[in-house]
Design a protein around this ligand. Structure first.
Ligand SMILES: [Zn+2]
Length: 274
């Protein structure tokens, strides 16, 4: 599933390519995950200019003229691809945005979990402020704030807690595993059993994992492609995620995979003691 670095990679590219452009037409081919009828969705977007492309947590926000935004969550397999006018849609193409300069933006989603919600800006801002914690790479974030957020749930196990979007926004399975490994914290340890020095290491590890991935245009462990259809380059640099059975880079112990909170969790039993 695309996480913060993948969604931010897409955002940066979309900002460069589509901000300032006007939507001349919208073709909805699958309406199962939009919050309007096909006709009203297309009518509301037609002739709107794109003012900005923002990101909050793992959600893209396309800000339009007229006080509305399109919120897009890619979920498992959603992707945006920039296409030449008239590009043949695939069987997974749900929505085609046609721009006045004859380029198109195609939204594809093989698994059909991704959504596109057209909403008033006021409602978007309320959701973003109330349902999501601070951004881990945001200007307002620092080690003290990170620790304070986690310590709100002293009995929670650390790895699943990192995935809770209302505590820290944008972190998913890949980068939570990578951060716990860097900080040498066993993923099942409870917050109250982890020292503030260790939580400080976790903060550093998380920022490093996110920033390094962003520099490499994200991790294409599954289906992620950027706006131009390219895979991200980060997968080969992952230290534990997807590497069960391979030797730990620090101690050579074969890496372990368990289920934790319903998610595959990768770690080194030797470096990350309970
Ligand atoms: Zn190890």
């Amino acid at each position: 599933m695309p996480e913060l670095p993948e969604v931010e990679t897409l955002r940066l590219q979309m900002e460069r390519e589509i901000v300032g452009r006007s939507i001349s037409d919208v073709v909805v081919r699958f309406a199962g995950r939009i919050n309007k009828t096909k006709e009203s969705f297309a009518a509301a977007l037609r002739s709107k200019r794109i003012r900005a492309v923002e990101r909050r947590a793992k959600i893209l926000r396309i800000v339009l003229d007229g006080g509305q935004s399109l919120l897009v969550h890619l979920k498992m397999s959603g992707r945006f691809l920039l296409r030449a006018a008239g590009h043949e849609p695939t069987k997974h193409t749900h929505v085609v945005f046609v721009f006045s300069d004859r380029q198109e933006l195609h939204f594809e989603d093989a698994r059909k979990f991704g959504y596109l919600y057209l909403m008033a800006d006021n409602d978007v801002e309320e959701i973003f402020a109330n349902k999501y914690g601070p951004e881990p790479l945001g200007k307002e974030m620092n080690v003290e704030k990170f620790i304070e957020r986690l310590q709100r749930k002293p009995n929670a196990k650390i790895k699943p807690l990192l995935l809770e979007q209302e505590i820290i926004a944008g972190v998913g399975n890949i980068y939570a595993d990578e951060a716990c490994f860097t900080a040498k914290i066993h993923p099942t340890r409870r917050v109250r059993e982890i020292s503030t020095a260790e939580l400080g290491e976790l903060y550093t590890g998380l920022r490093e994992a996110l920033e390094e991935s962003l520099r490499r245009r994200g991790t294409s462990a599954d289906k992620f492609l950027d706006l131009y259809g390219n895979k991200g380059d980060n997968v080969q640099f992952l230290k534990v995620y997807g590497r069960e059975g391979e030797p730990c880079m620090r101690c050579n112990t074969p890496l372990t995979k368990i289920r934790l909170g319903g998610r595959g969790t990768h770690f080194c039993e030797n470096c990350q003691k309970i």
